[in-house]
Design a protein around this ligand. Structure first.
Ligand SMILES: [Zn+2]
Ligand SMILES: [Zn+2]
Length: 354
């Protein structure tokens, strides 16, 4: 079968590979669509970052590995003990876990000491015709959710978990710094949780438009308006909850200092390098900072993915505005990675349909 495999920076090859073998309690998922994620781009541009160059403790695999972790498809085969019927359309929770460490024992599989992701840590990936995963990782789709769109369940569940971590309450004001795919998912998750108003700060005009489409009440261009001054003024001293989803030093500091005293900043970005903050802003104003990049996984795979899929079905979440193109697996480098890295392009979420 065809699969896109990561060999190193700027070196992703679509090639013929042997399909994975199917073990007990595993299912084979024929991939309908797989989104290209910001973390895939980091790996492509400057990796390997999380992709293992020595055998991964859980999957045992190292470079080259099949990539792609935001995917959905149809179960075509089940191993012994796998209680999922063939033909079931599913979203896949990509968390990889060991089952032995203290975090797995607590049920926090996403914090597993040797964990990872299908499509980044070995164990196959969604940029392939099919993938073998644990039956625990597949979440059946509600009838109203098209299988290709369900590929976006993964990034939206990052948003659901981030809102949960932030402690956001009904009627809280929110500011989201950065409206790429995860920022847009956070905007929708915050709005669906009852945040009001939701502000977005984003320098890219196309992404500001998308933020409005996704339910932001007001969007700011931080290159034209000082977001800290503006938000502090508009919210009587600071926003209740801010989200940092841009991954750069200025937006982190803006997120921290536009939060009200006693408020919370949730960092959802993977920063490429160390950045500087002034802890005095946290100390004197008793602000809280929390971090998150994933969601519950393992035997808890369906908990937050289920929330996301229900909201796709009810229309409370609308993933469509994020999807800017659908491409064939053979075009994943030129029409996918290279286009997303081109600063002139308006691409947001590219879906690869193997
Ligand atoms: Zn991702
Ligand atoms: Zn573990």
């Amino acid at each position: 079968m065809r699969a896109a495999r990561y060999y190193g920076p700027q070196d992703v090859r679509v090639e013929e590979v042997e399909p994975q073998s199917l073990g007990p309690n595993q299912v084979r998922v024929e991939v309908a669509a797989c989104g290209i994620c910001g973390s895939d781009l980091h790996e492509y541009a400057a990796g390997p970052i999380t992709i293992p160059d020595s055998p991964h403790p859980v999957t045992g695999e190292s470079l080259p590995i099949t990539i792609g972790h935001e995917f959905a498809g149809t179960v075509t085969e089940g191993g012994d003990g796998a209680e999922v019927s063939t033909g079931t359309e599913v979203a896949v929770n990509p968390i990889v876990w060991c089952g032995d460490c203290r975090y797995c024992a607590e049920g926090n599989y996403h914090l597993c000491a040797s964990g990872g992701f299908v499509g980044l840590s070995g164990g196959g990936g969604g940029f392939a015709e099919n993938v073998v995963v644990s039956a625990d990782q597949v979440v059946p789709l509600p009838e109203a959710v098209p299988v290709e769109v369900a590929a976006l369940a993964e990034p939206f569940t990052v948003g659901v978990h981030a809102v949960e971590r932030s402690g956001l309450g009904l009627g809280d004001s929110v500011a989201v710094f950065g409206s790429g795919p995860i920022g847009l998912a956070v905007v929708q998750a915050a709005a669906a949780t009852g945040a009001d108003p939701v502000y977005v700060s984003e320098p890219n005009p196309h992404r500001r438009e998308l933020a409005e489409e996704c339910g932001a009440d007001e969007v700011l261009d931080p290159t034209a308006t000082d977001p800290v001054e503006y938000l502090t003024e508009r919210t009587d001293g600071g926003v209740d909850v801010t989200f940092e989803v841009a991954g750069v030093e200025p937006s982190l500091n803006q997120a921290l200092t536009s939060t009200r005293s006693g408020g919370t900043t949730t960092i959802v970005s993977l920063f490429e390098e160390a950045v500087s903050i002034e802890p005095i802003h946290l100390v004197t104003a008793e602000r809280t900072v929390v971090g998150t990049a994933a969601f519950h996984g393992g035997p808890r795979s369906a908990e937050e993915f289920g929330v996301t899929l229900e909201k796709f079905a009810s229309g409370a979440f609308d993933p469509e505005p994020l999807i800017t193109s659908r491409i064939d697996l053979g075009d994943v480098v030129d029409e996918g990675f290279e286009r997303l890295l081109d600063e002139e392009s308006d691409a947001v979420k590219v879906l690869v349909e193997p």
